[in-house]
Design a protein around this ligand. Structure first.
Ligand SMILES: Nc1ncnc2c1ncn2[C@@H]1O[C@H](COP(=O)(O)OP(=O)(O)OP(=O)(O)O)[C@@H](O)[C@H]1O
Ligand SMILES: [Mg+2]
Length: 353
């Protein structure tokens, strides 16, 4: 196993477009790192540069002590699993899994042992003699993971491996991947669009935007202290609510909202961010706004209510069955310590504690 280091990594495609703009990242030996960001932000490009499937424009990729920039993908000791599985259609599961090892002239007995181990880990014993077209999506994905495992690589790279699966299978495969990592402890970089996958699988999360890394931290730190408005809005579902306003004498003001901030030294234009799950109907909490409900979703264990404030769509996530219905007015409170403040201009950096 090995750590992976990216040093000022840049990818400029032939048409001049910079997809990755100087990424610095240290992925610890055995770490599970999740890469998230909107479509087109450079996640796959970054992964493909690590794998050696995309040439690096400038900067370095290190795997352990080796600078691998100029190594072929097959010589990097890294296994990549894609969204579309990329299994060889004419080969059986057994042949698909052993193919890479056979190409590398691994002794036959060793191949058999590794395949047997992987097959057991993934519970695919009964599929060994089938071809990919005779498998379900989840089974194909398991075989693709198995093919990566048998190589015993220094690192695994996953590019949205579960996005072709239905919701239930995704959840199941997610916990299987978590278990697999606990067992093998192989350094892993995992790209996903899925909030839950990012929060639950990652030791750390990297949030990217427009080819630039915005924040790298543990899932909970990113959730609690997003460094800018973009990260704040990207991590969390439903997304954080934002309100543009101004701080005067320690009070955040925006239209009918006047919310006292229990933090000194803040003044001027700012954006207040508050998560749907932090809003409460508890009257003992400082009130932030009156909501006239437009849509009410009763989920049983919680109620999601949608309303508008200053023509902006807002969401609150209330515990239990609130008994509210559209048209109701609710006084919503916001506990101190749960809100976030961001600059209203430029990179909209975090300015609250
Ligand atoms: N061969 C190429 N030539 C020029 N631009 C490219 C090329 N491949 C990708 N791009 C651009 O680089 C950017 C990053 O692409 P990339 O595939 O890394 O995004 P991504 O974050 O993986 O997106 P998604 O979530 O949709 O998979 C995109 O704007 C894309 O259009
Ligand atoms: Mg991609």
């Amino acid at each position: 196993m090995a750590e992976i280091r990216l040093n000022n990594l840049v990818k400029q495609y032939e048409n001049g477009f910079q997809a990755v703009k100087g990424a610095n990242l240290e992925i610890a030996d055995g770490e599970f790192l999740v890469l998230v960001g909107p479509s087109g932000c450079g996640k796959s490009t970054m992964l493909r540069m690590i794998a050696g499937l995309e040439e690096v424009t400038s900067g370095d990729v290190f795997v352990g002590d080796r600078r691998v920039n100029n190594l072929e993908p097959g010589d990097r000791d890294i296994a990549m699993v894609f969204q579309n599985y990329a299994l060889y259609p004419h080969m059986t599961v057994r042949q698909n899994m052993s193919f890479g090892l056979r190409m590398r002239k691994t002794p036959k007995a060793e191949i058999e042992k590794r395949v047997a181990d992987a097959v057991q880990i993934l519970s695919i014993e009964s599929l060994l003699d089938r071809r990919p077209k005779e498998l379900s999506g989840g089974q194909r994905q398991r075989v693709a993971v198995g093919r990566a495992i048998v190589r015993q690589p220094e690192a695994f790279l996953f590019d949205e491996p579960l996005s072709n699966l239905d919701a239930k299978l995704r959840v199941q495969m997610r916990t299987e991947l978590a278990r697999l990592h606990q067992r093998l402890k192989t350094t892993t970089v995992y790209v996903t669009h899925d909030q839950v996958e990012a929060m639950t699988l990652g030791d750390r999360i990297v949030v990217m935007k427009d080819g630039i890394i915005q924040q790298v931290d543990s899932p909970l730190n990113i959730y609690r202290r997003p460094v800018n408005r973009f990260v704040a809005g990207f991590i969390g579902s439903p997304a954080m609510n934002f309100l543009e306003g101004e701080i005067v004498d320690g009070i955040f003001q925006s239209g009918e909202v006047a919310y006292p901030l229990n933090q000194n030294g803040l003044s001027g234009p700012a954006i207040l961010g508050f998560r749907p799950e932090d809003l409460t109907i508890d009257p003992s909490q400082p009130k932030i706004l009156d909501a006239e409900l437009e849509v009410v979703e009763q989920m049983g264990h919680e109620t999601i209510v949608y309303f508008q404030l200053a023509a902006q769509p807002m969401v609150a996530r209330l515990e239990g069955n609130s008994g509210s219905s559209p048209g109701d007015r609710l006084a919503l409170g916001l506990p101190q310590g749960t809100w976030h403040l961001f600059e209203s201009t430029g990179e909209q950096k975090r300015i609250s504690n």
